[in-house]
Design a protein. Structure first.
Length: 301
């Protein structure tokens, strides 16, 4: 195999993203390659956004999204913003339609460099999220962690934003909870047959939510776009907020709007870090810079 796939290391509010150009190729990333790329501190990521040739007329690309454990994800809002910024710089276009395993996503670069992504319609029915057992009301399901008579977290709202999400509502600072310990247990709870993203959320006021998220297949991240969307729609369903709010993640602020047509729009920034070449089979890579550091990272994995 050759180290011949162009990639850009980027981030969306600190959510570490690899945007890889797989157009014109029939192969795909191997789980081994994803794990190897993430193992190198220089290329450690939360998601890989692999841009493939369009599979459907009227779309700009098919996006395959990989978590850092090699598993595939259905949606990544922060990563999609990075893809839009990269393709806008390449093509001069500002509006794109992408296909993912979770459906179609429309996204556009706004004036000033912000990017808006149509994350689609949320799904709330238990078998669409999915859950292992039926719950008539998914604004709060029976799930808790900690002592039965004094649970640390309990009664999450659940929804799908392309990925399954569980949102636990708290009154204290979201940093006062040991999400690094609770996250893996809840992600892999039997109630979630496809695992789940776990979010701790505090409603500051009807227009502001603060969250931290343990991402399925990625762990703690500085920003989870689909988690921010899930928090807003679940809060609105419970009457805790309106249908538009600023959602503060550890990396910064996202504006989330749940429109009247049921689509959820996420707006936020994306940032370029560096470019390189990689092998999607092995995870070997090299940096594209001038001078002595041209081969930094070569042989990783």
């Amino acid at each position: 195999m050759a180290i011949d796939v162009q990639f850009a290391k980027m981030n969306g509010l600190g959510n570490q993203i690899i945007v890889a150009d797989m157009r014109g190729r029939a192969d795909a990333f191997t789980p081994h390659a994803a794990v190897a790329i993430n193992h190198d501190p220089a290329t450690a990521f939360d998601q890989i956004m692999a841009i493939h040739d369009p599979a459907t007329d009227g779309t700009d690309a098919f996006l395959r999204i990989y978590n850092n454990d090699g598993s595939e994800a259905g949606a990544c809002g922060n990563g999609t913003r990075c893809v839009v910024q990269a393709l806008a710089a390449e093509t001069g276009k500002t509006a794109f339609t992408f296909q993912t395993i979770a459906g179609l996503l429309d996204a556009a670069e706004q004036e000033g460099g912000m990017v808006s992504v149509d994350m689609g319609r949320p799904r709330f029915r238990w078998d669409q999220i999915p859950l292992e057992e039926e719950f008539a009301d998914t604004t709060g399901i029976e799930l808790q962690i900690g002592p039965i008579d004094a649970p640390v977290l309990h009664t999450p709202s659940v929804a799908s934003m392309g990925n399954p999400h569980a949102v636990f509502w708290v009154d204290r600072d979201v940093w006062s909870y040991d999400l690094e310990r609770f996250g893996p247990l809840l992600e892999n709870h039997p109630i979630f047959p496809d695992r789940a993203n776990i979010t701790i959320a505090r409603v500051v006021d009807p227009e502001h939510i603060v969250i931290r998220t343990w991402e399925r297949g990625a762990g703690l991240t500085k920003a989870c776009g689909s988690g921010a969307c899930a928090a807003l729609v679940c809060a609105a369903r419970k009457g805790l907020t309106g249908r538009t709010a600023t959602v503060t993640v550890p990396g910064g602020d996202l504006l989330i709007e749940w429109r009247d047509d049921d689509h959820v729009i996420m707006t936020g920034p994306a940032e370029y870090e560096f470019a390189g070449l990689l092998d999607p089979a092995t995870g070997q890579w090299q940096r594209q810079v001038e001078g002595a550091n041209d081969n930094a990272g070569a042989g990783a994995g």
